[in-house]
Design a protein around this ligand. Structure first.
Ligand code: HEM
Length: 498
């Protein structure tokens, strides 16, 4: 009896314990990795490395846009991840001088040497000024338009006509990579390697890029001592990187010699660099290495970014019939139902196409992660996050495009209308909200060139072929520095009666 009389004293704490248990069970589990002693959060990241972009996005969404990653003890791997537009604006523009690429970036991207993507300060200024000098030349622009046009007619159409007549499925991503590789080689070296031809030749240098971008992403999430050991032992991704580097050098160095006497120095990137560099420093053994680094960086900047965007664009519009119909109707009106050469000015009238390309870039920015090293400790505008000068800052452009707070509840939907003003023009978004082309003083120098190229290719294909993605084709982002499609994009084409 005494026990029953005092049972409430036992029952109340028991109920509280039970309710707390239920609360813990039903609470939404945080996707953030556990911070273990010694190894920090690394195990959680490595476990999710096969889906790293989505994993980072889940964490950032859960943490309101900024997250501190604790690396293994003594590994110098503490990082701050962010996708918050206020932080992007702060890092890339307002406090630009405090956020160079830094020595860690140079170590990871050592393959690019002293090229523009790797350089800081004076070296970067020289690289940027010289690239701009060439790209803003009127002759370069018409050379660019002419070479894209020729590649469409003599490369793209020939290959796609062949596959459509044979009724064989083709990997569009591979076709676009070949297209952009030939094109960037023409612009850098004034040389067309002809990888976009019917027999789809295997040129080691062209394929080497894929091995490089995969290894470079892994270097971000492995302690330096681990990837350096793999490099030394020549195993795993480091072995592939070593072989890729050899293939790239074997391709580039001979072209530097061939290009030496090139007279077309007004519109050839390599010739412009050679002239400017030698005027400033004179000719030396270093100048050949510098020109190799510069050429390789420009090839990197121009090849995969554009081909990857085109691949996602064709997949996205294949799933959005209305969007595709609108783009095709617009092209028919502007081109008068006939594929013809158009220049940059005319391409600006293709508003729906422009909107659809921006939407593809928002959802699948080819350079999905950026990497910075603060010179001095700093406080980020979002929630007073303190950035220690020994930390890396990783900015996820992929996540920015997928934040409800930035793009609204429908942020995961493909809506080209987002980019079109009520009056019919293109809506411009600030680069810190739409950072696919980077933001601030290091904004992409090839943005306009990329849009011309993408519009010409998209338009040429949409005018000439019906396209269907092969049934059951698996689509997922590849685990690499550039957000390619893991299994390519297999499509069947059928030529239209035009
Ligand atoms: C859809 C296509 C493209 C996208 C999304 C894109 C995006 C970007 C991004 C995010 C960066 C910053 C990279 C970094 O700092 O690590 C960048 C830089 C750069 N891009 Fe592009 N790019 C595209 C096409 C091109 C093309 C066709 C070229 C022509 C060669 C080009 C030339 C450059 C150069 C030279 C830089 C270095 C700018 C600097 O550091 O000052 N890009 N691009």
């Amino acid at each position: 009896m005494v026990i029953f009389e005092h049972s409430q004293y036992f029952l109340i704490p028991l109920c509280i314990l039970f309710l707390s248990y239920l609360k813990i069970r039903t609470r939404k589990k945080s996707p953030a990795p556990t911070n273990w002693p010694l190894v920090g959060m690394l195990p959680g990241f490595l476990q999710n490395i096969h889906r790293i972009q989505d994993y980072i996005t889940e964490i950032l969404n859960h943490c309101g846009g900024t997250f501190v990653f604790k690396g293994p003890w003594f590994s110098k791997m503490n990082m701050i991840f962010t996708c918050d537009p206020a932080n992007i604006h702060h890092i890339f523009s307002k406090n630009f001088s405090n956020y160079p690429k830094g020595p860690e970036f140079r170590k990871i991207f050592d393959i690019l040497g002293d090229g523009i993507l790797n350089a800081d300060y004076e070296l970067w200024e020289f690289n940027r000024k010289t690239t701009l000098l060439c790209m803003s030349n009127v002759k370069f622009r018409s050379f660019l338009e002419r070479s894209i046009w020729e590649k469409v007619e003599n490369g793209l159409f020939r290959v796609l006509d062949y596959y459509s007549k044979q009724g064989i499925a083709v990997d569009l991503q591979d076709i676009f990579q070949r297209f952009t590789f030939d094109n960037i080689c023409k612009l850098v070296f004034n040389y067309d390697p002809g990888t976009l031809s019917v027999d789809l030749p295997c040129i080691p240098c062209e394929k080497a890029f894929n091995d490089v971008i995969e290894a470079l992403l892994h270097r971000h999430f492995l302690p330096e001592s681990v990837w350096k050991l793999q490099q030394w032992l020549k195993v795993g991704k480091e072995k592939k990187l070593f072989e890729a580097r050899k293939a790239l050098d074997e391709f580039i160095y001979p072209l530097l010699i061939t290009n030496e006497g090139d007279q077309n120095d007004d519109f050839n990137l390599l010739a412009t660099f050679r002239r400017e560099f030698e005027e400033k420093n004179g000719s030396s053994a270093y100048s050949r290495h510098f020109l190799r680094d510069t050429s390789l960086s420009l090839m990197f900047a121009g090849r995969d970014t554009t081909s990857t965007t085109l691949t996602w664009f064709f997949w996205l519009i294949a799933k959005n019939h209305l969007a595709k119909t609108r783009i095709c109707e617009e092209i028919e009106v502007i081109l008068d139902k006939r594929w013809k050469f158009f220049n940059a000015e005319e391409s600006r009238r293709l508003v729906y196409l422009h909107g659809a390309l921006c939407e593809s870039l928002r959802l699948f920015p080819p350079i999905a992660l950026e990497h910075k090293a603060p010179m001095q400790s700093d406080t980020l505008p979002s929630g007073n996050n303190l950035v220690d000068r020994n930390m890396k800052v990783i900015i996820s452009f992929y996540s920015t495009g997928r934040m409800e707070g930035v793009w609204g509840e429908d942020c995961l939907e493909f809506k080209q209308e987002r980019w079109i003003l009520a009056g019919g023009g293109v809506k411009q978004e600030p680069s810190y909200k739409f950072p696919a082309f980077n933001a601030g003083p290091r904004t992409c120098l090839g943005k306009e060139m990329a849009f011309i190229q993408m519009k010409m290719v998209a338009e040429a294909i949409l005018c000439r072929y019906h396209i269907e993605v092969v049934e059951g084709h698996l689509v997922a982002p590849r685990n690499s520095m550039i957000l390619q499609m893991k299994h390519g994009l297999r499509v069947k084409l059928c030529q239209k009666n035009v």
